[in-house]
Design a protein around this ligand. Sequence first.
Ligand code: NAD
Ligand code: UGA
Length: 460
Amino acid sequence: MHTIKNITCIGAGYVGGPTMSVIAQKNPDIKVTVVDLNKTRIDAWNSDDLSLLPIYEPGLDSVVKEARNRNLFFSTDVDKAIDEADMIFISVNTPTKTYGKGKGQAADLKYIELCARQIARVAKNDKIVVEKSTLPVRTADAIKSILNNTGNGVNFHILSNPEFLAEGTAMADLENPDRVLIGGENEDAIQALVNVYAKWVPKAKIITTNLWSSELSKLVANAFLAQRVSSINSISELCEVTGANVDEVANAIGMDSRIGSKFLKASVGFGGSCFQKDILNLVYIARSYNLNEVADYWQQVISMNDHQKQRFSSNIIKTLYNTVNGKNIVFYGWAFKKDTNDTRESAAIYVADHLLDEEANIIVYDPKVSAEQVYSDLDYLGTRGPEENRRFVTVVNNPVAASKGAHAIAVLTEWDEFKSLDWKSIYANMFKPAFIFDGRNVLDKNSIVEIGFSYKSIGK
Ligand code: NAD
Ligand code: UGA
């Protein structure tokens, strides 16, 4: 039986940071070291001022405060941390490929492979290697092949342990997960990881499978969740033309216990670093086995999401008398959901891009996203040059002042604070008619309309 004394996690991102903080908090007898190549990120994890942690996640600061420098450490010395570890989590990014075969669909596994090669090079004693990143089914084969061909006599056991936390609720999800999934071949190695989680997760919620079921289940879980959002968003369009109300429909269908009430909130479209990436990957895998109907089926979830984002911006343009040229449109929210500073694949980016094509001016307010991040998201799209993005997009830190001289407000993220803004002052600041496009259905229509706004939401 393996006794785990030292855990190393490669990748100090949205998954590695919070997950290892909780593992360290719950296992004070295990030394947990989180390593990353990105020195700025590691410095931020080590910052004395907990408001400077690189990730905003409610409740994260207090767990870091409790465990850091007790048995939780953040470092850039990857080799040393690999050498010391009995168990190594790989939690690096696995973005969609932007080049070569599978471009735009397959997961780019170069960072995973680099980790495997580094582990193979450094390891001097037996190690359990845990796939924490989301990976295409059968990736463990490649990792195994790299590790087992080093010829230095070290035994490696590979486990798959995908992470199911959602950003914004990561700490609660980690504290009380619906399940922990562990896939593997070696019973001792599986048991060693079960023991780590069993410190706080009931045994009945820790399920074990073979490697391939575990790898595939992660992609499938995200695909099913995203599919629900695309399904309700498709119905939102139908509601708008028939007089039905999408929230009422969601409530009515969600009360059927076979359907369930979660993930039925119509929106401007799902974002985040994973839904699109993982479905594209699923589509790519299905197609690589010539399962074209399966691939087409899941592709539709993405197509529907693209349509929803496009439909939202088109509606703004149409409502503003078919031109937004030179008009000021204020975005409330830039993050892909509330309670996170993560903007990856946020619908706001694509809505902004479309409105910028029509030469609108955009003023962005988000409580947790920096101006630097907004510009970097737009620059990354490559639709226009950095100077143009800075000329037409302004990022502000006062939501009410932002509305001065605005033609329209678009709510892109469901931050709670938007519900209680001083909407009367905002109205007074704006050109009339003063339009609100609520991409999250979060505002109270009656009080907004009473103030005088022209209010448009999703699916009503
Ligand atoms: P991230 O980009 O926030 O973090 C990844 C980190 O890995 C980066 O800081 C990067 O510098 C580091 N890194 C890359 N290569 C490295 C190397 N060779 N050595 C050391 N460090 C290296 O990514 P994330 O959001 O934490 O996602 C990580 C994985 O977890 C992805 O596969 C993702 O699909 C999956 N996942 C993410 C979430 C989420 O909510 N973000 C949830 C579940 C699963
Ligand atoms: C999602 C999954 O929920 C996690 O289980 C998974 O671990 C993670 O992806 C991952 O693999 O990265 P996350 O993307 O952080 O988590 O956040 P979600 O709450 O799933 O929201 C994703 C997007 O869907 C957001 O833009 C959100 O606003 C949108 N959404 C969600 C809706 O529009 N309607 C809903 O009903 C639910």
